[in-house]
Design a protein around this ligand. Sequence first.
Ligand SMILES: Nc1ncnc2c1ncn2[C@@H]1O[C@H](COP(=O)(O)OP(=O)(O)O)[C@@H](O)[C@H]1O
Ligand SMILES: [Mg+2]
Length: 243
Amino acid sequence: MASIAVYSVKGGVGKTTFSVNLAWCAATISRRQTLLWDLDASNGSGFLLNVDAKAKRSAQSVFDLDNAPTKLIRKTGYPNLHLLPADESIRTLDRQFHQIGKKKRLAKIVDGLAKEYDRVIFDCPPVLNEVSAQVMRAADLVIVPLPPSPLSQRALEQVVAEVKGAGKKHPPILPVLSMMDMRRTLHKETREAFPKWPMVPLASAIEQCATLQKPVGEFAPKSPAARAFAQLWTAIERKIAKG
Ligand SMILES: Nc1ncnc2c1ncn2[C@@H]1O[C@H](COP(=O)(O)OP(=O)(O)O)[C@@H](O)[C@H]1O
Ligand SMILES: [Mg+2]
């Protein structure tokens, strides 16, 4: 089993969009048993997959349990793809982690999921706190979506610092250029500066994910956007295989 965090300290950079589309690639293209774990209270992943988180609200918090949070996991409309939605308890997660006082609480829960899942993908909130620290300790790989802007560059530096703080054996980071429009000078220059980073284009097909509540591979499988996510997923699988 491998766990992949989609993380940035910035909001609106494409984390949720990446998480949902990459989880769909894992489940559909690679046929992996995949769990998408939404750690952001806005529940964007659930929305994009058209899973109503409220339909089966449980009083139980994921992190109150000593067992794996299997009861809270929901099926999606796609084979091999399950969702652990964000519930109310997510708001107080930072405090809960501090109260429990176990640095690897989340990592332990993830270990417990290895029986059922091949891939766990975290849709992270844009925070720098105990929640992000726990995710960095649990993740095997950290994907950072970066729209081309000096602010994104700064966000990447903060992520690198956070990941390194996770411990001696910190997970590798894969920066991914997000919302790229090669007609724009800044975007072209960013591409030239980082030719090896994978890239996801600015695309109306990706915007449509939110109106259709579907991953792009479902409704526009041949679009450049769907191909970009498939290629990115292949690069991620390759990185995981290398260890
Ligand atoms: N490559 C893209 N092309 C066009 N729109 C995008 C792209 N990536 C994300 N968006 C849009 O940008 C907004 C923010 O994306 P989102 O994934 O919610 O970011 P985050 O989770 O980092 O806050 C959403 O409205 C989404 O539809
Ligand atoms: Mg989000």
